[in-house]
Design a binder for this molecule. Sequence first.
Ligand code: FES
Ligand code: FES
Length: 176
Amino acid sequence: MRDVASERYVEKRPAVVERVVTLEVNGRTYTLRLDTRVTLLDALRDRLGLVGTKKGCDQGACGACTVHVDGRRVLSCLTLAAQAEGRRITTVEGISGGDEPHPVQRAFMEHDGFQCGFCTPGQIMSAVALMAEGRAGSDEEIREFMSGNLCRCGAYPNIVAAIREAASGGGRDAHL
Ligand code: FES
Ligand code: FES
């Protein structure tokens, strides 16, 4: 008869691999020892305290975690922190470059482009990138190229209005 009590279950977990990663975020350099599986999103929020970048779905579906890497928008929940080493990372805390809000931030405030505000940092980061990409030529184009950023409050009309205004005037001095 089989002696189940004497059989031991040995859980096989992958070994944790850590490495030192140097990240340049908003013009500052940070050196961190990280598990190589840590996402850029978790490194920004949990290790650097940059909680402006939001965790919504954590699986690439909502856009709340959008940041810029070398001027291009990326989903930080799908990017490993180690992959961003040596790249220029910008979060919502770093787009204004001073005490004044970025023109896109100002336009969101003027047009009530948010309700609860949870999606707003990601919306703003996408909007700034979209303007730099030359994708803000019409409301249709703005909707299309902002479609990766979901807003559960449904503030879409005001978000489009804010980006339209920023792109047509107030956003002329927008920068990445
Ligand atoms: Fe990254 Fe939703 S948290 S896409
Ligand atoms: Fe609430 Fe967009 S303002 S989710």
